[in-house]
Design a protein around this ligand. Sequence first.
Ligand SMILES: Nc1ncnc2c1ncn2[C@@H]1O[C@H](COP(=O)(O)OP(=O)(O)OP(=O)(O)O)[C@@H](O)[C@H]1O
Ligand SMILES: [Mg+2]
Length: 410
Amino acid sequence: MRVLFLGPTYPQEMLQFTRGLAEVGAKVYGVGDSPRRALPASVRPHLEDYLEVPRILDEDAVIERASAWLRGRQIDRVLTNWEPTVLLAARLRERWGVPGMSVDAVTGFRDKQLMKERVAAAGVRVPKSERVVRQSAADTDSVRAAASRIGLPLIIKPIAGAGSADTYSCRDQAQLDAAIEATRHVQDLSVEEYIEGEEFTYDTICVDGQPVYENVAQYLPKPLEARSHEWISPVIITVRDMHQAKIQNGVALGRQVLKALGMGDGFTHMEWFYTPKGEAVFGEIGCRPGGARLVDQMNYTGDVDLFREWARASCWKAFEAPTARKYNTGIVFKRAKGRGRITRIDGLETFKRQHRGFVIEDELLRPGTARRDWKATLVSDGYLMIRHPDWDECKRMCFAAATDITMYAE
Ligand SMILES: Nc1ncnc2c1ncn2[C@@H]1O[C@H](COP(=O)(O)OP(=O)(O)OP(=O)(O)O)[C@@H](O)[C@H]1O
Ligand SMILES: [Mg+2]
């Protein structure tokens, strides 16, 4: 089994996926723009070979270089777990005749408007939306026209967005005007009906489009709010009991979505809303895992290794881990007050003492380290991972970590 794996070292969790591939018996051919000489020692033993390219996002150039590099070597799978390279992987598969999801199928997971059209055509409830292609930065009329057809409250966001960047909720005319101004640089926009309610994930590993592993996690608060206010410590908790009726709504919706979009093998990460009326509404989906340590969270939820099981599903269409859920696993991201370098952390030791046995990772940045850009990475200035078999108890501990631990920088 020869696997070409795009981006084996970036983002950070890809090191673990590379390891997983090697552990299930794949020969891994890595392609990435990290310098060859800087490959971490932990990943080297798992790579059969590595092609360094100038820019992994320059798809045409990568296709040419990788084709020349492989000449004469047969490849059985082309895989990636990073959103910006999912289409490149599909193009490589088509170019070389390698099995796996087509460019058309992957485009349904990448283009938010096409995604919603395909999902809606299968009878799934999606937010009302319109794609707006701006003729120029001066073109505000086409956005206004779409907004008046959709009606307030609404959301304006890029068609190919990530990390809630350039995403605005508009409840009144003034907010709409401001959002239209603020998104002048984005050419391809989606104007959407605003869906009230709680926000969840639905994550899977699939084999031939059928989930062999499923997970739901709740965002507290919803990602757009978490990214709009620096003082918030965003919390995400995996839901141990997925049999609750409320959660089953989202799971049923998710399964319909996978079918509608023609999922193949590998990870999916979907977001959905649960409205005050008790309705599940589709948000968006990617054919790759969630970022910001969500795979680690899922692993802690069932004491499994999904880095390896994803590899097994992708290479051999098999899944061998138990699916019993033992814990609700929460992650609490912290953002320091002030700019520059972390100077101190208040409340951490007391918190850890009070919650001994439940805090499973402490990856908060320590004094002396430079702050991270909280808008660019949800991981912010680090995180605590906390787990407990009881939902309310897990949530209480996560919220206590959010309010009782304070990081400072200057
Ligand atoms: N129609 C909607 N109604 C309500 N909230 C929405 C809607 N669309 C987006 N949002 C909010 O904005 C956030 C970001 O939107 P979306 O998930 O579509 O974009 P993204 O930038 O790809 O997200 P990610 O942060 O997952 O990379 C959502 O998680 C949600 O909180
Ligand atoms: Mg999203």
